[in-house]
Design a protein around this ligand. Structure first.
Ligand code: C5P
Length: 400
């Protein structure tokens, strides 16, 4: 959930700031980019050098760098973050957050941030219980900021009670669970196919195609980032998924891909078939390497099973099936014929006539046609951006 996320970590003056080092480490390990912003008081509890070393970025605690006079732009910092975590959140800072008081960089960043803000209070039990603190917390929550509740136990004062900052592991688990449950595809299983297939001629040769797998991998990553439980069935490709939650099944031939698709389709809420599956495969695979001879060589090919069509025949109520069409002529006419013939909910058309579209590159230019024949044409974009467009439409179809 935190992979590639930009996290602003606000650290206040509290003894719990000693746990910020672990929190930064865990965020970085989870794949986040962490920008630490400290209150001046927090720097008495833990050194900026520690947090800067762990976050691999400079740590900010002042409006400007005293040596150079350079300004730390709080608006830019606030807008940079995908999320902000204030941990430890002291009673003092929470009071400022509740009242909109800005007297340091951290509160200025907080007020400028447009992203979700989590706060993990830390204080002694009587400060925590105080009506003023509780009122401030209710007020902050009414601004849609999210409370990470403190735990109970031994406090720095030696007293026992509520007010201990949640442990760094608990903070991470809380934030991840919160992000996840708000994602549009949470609790949805989606099957994606990607890459080429290789059809063996003999033990050393095969018939393949130029598919790089980039489009399918970008779609799988985007679906997983949107909370889906993704199974990615991939033909031979050097691509790697960015999202660690993706379950990847490697296959070689069209027959392997068919087998894995059939095994996983019934369980899925939807399927996006991006793979360039071979339409023909050698009728017989030679057991030994075929020897070079004078004259030509004829290899008899037989048709493979159309996986997408097979899934279309098995599709049940509510399942969403998306196919791709790569065409060179009469693009739309052929794409619509496939949409109908394979019982799809949508077809994504890319034409080899468009420069930058199709197989190998990092860009694609698509037209999406749904089964009501609504047509949307997009500009040439990076495949990650194209994946976003496809997934947005996929969500619409799934929820319609
Ligand atoms: O009919 P055509 O091969 O052009 O259709 C392309 C679409 O069908 C793609 O979504 C591709 O993944 C799928 N396909 C398939 N099984 C095949 C051939 C294509 O699932 N044997």
């Amino acid at each position: 959930m935190l992979e590639s996320k930009k996290v602003i970590l606000g650290v206040c003056g509290s003894i719990a700031a000693y746990k910020s080092a672990t929190l930064v480490r865990l965020l970085v390990k989870a794949g986040a980019q962490v920008q630490v912003v400290m209150t001046p008081d927090a720097t008495n509890f833990i050194t900026p050098l520690t947090l800067s070393t762990l976050s691999k970025r400079p740590v900010y605690s002042e409006y400007f760098k005293s040596e150079t006079g350079e300004w730390n732009n709080h608006v830019e910092l606030g807008l940079w973050g995908d999320l902000m975590i204030i941990a430890p959140a002291s009673a003092n800072t929470m009071a400022k957050m509740a009242g909109g008081l800005v007297d340091n960089l951290l509160t200025a960043v907080y007020l400028s941030a447009k992203c979700p803000v989590y706060f993990a209070p830390a204080m002694d039990l009587d400060m925590w219980k105080h009506e003023a603190t509780q009122e401030n917390i209710s007020k902050i929550q009414s601004f849609q900021n999210i409370l990470i509740p403190p735990g109970s136990g031994e406090l720095a004062s030696g007293l026992h009670g509520e007010g201990r900052m949640a442990e760094p592991e608990e903070i991470i688990a809380f934030v991840e669970a919160d992000i996840k449950q708000k994602l549009p595809l949470v609790n949805h299983k989606v099957l994606v196919t990607a890459g080429p297939t290789y059809e063996a001629i003999d033990p050393v040769r095969f018939i393949g195609n130029h598919s790089s797998g980039k489009m399918g991998f970008a779609i799988a990553d985007e679906l997983a980032a949107l909370g889906a439980d993704v199974t990615l069935i991939a033909g031979p490709t050097a691509q790697q998924s960015k999202q660690r939650s993706i379950k990847r099944i490697d296959v070689t031939s069209a027959a392997d891909m068919l087998r894995e698709c059939l095994a996983n389709f019934a369980n899925a809420d939807g399927c996006i078939m991006c793979a360039a599956v071979a339409d023909y495969t050698p009728a017989v695979v030679a057991e030994q390497k075929i020897k070079k001879q004078d004259g030509g060589l004829t290899i008899e090919l037989k048709k493979t099973t159309d996986i997408l069509k097979t899934l279309g025949q098995q599709k049940r109520e509510g399942q969403v099936l998306v196919g791709f069409a790569l065409e060179t002529n009469n693009e739309e006419e052929y794409a619509i014929a496939k949409l109908k013939n394979k019982n799809l909910d949508m077809i994504v058309l890319n034409s080899l006539n468009d420069t930058g579209a199709g197989f190998k590159g990092d860009t694609n230019k698509i037209t999406m046609i749904d089964k009501a024949l609504n047509k949307t044409t997009f500009a040439l974009k990076n495949k990650n951006e194209v994946a976003k467009d496809i997934c947005a439409k996929f969500i619409q179809l799934l929820k319609s």
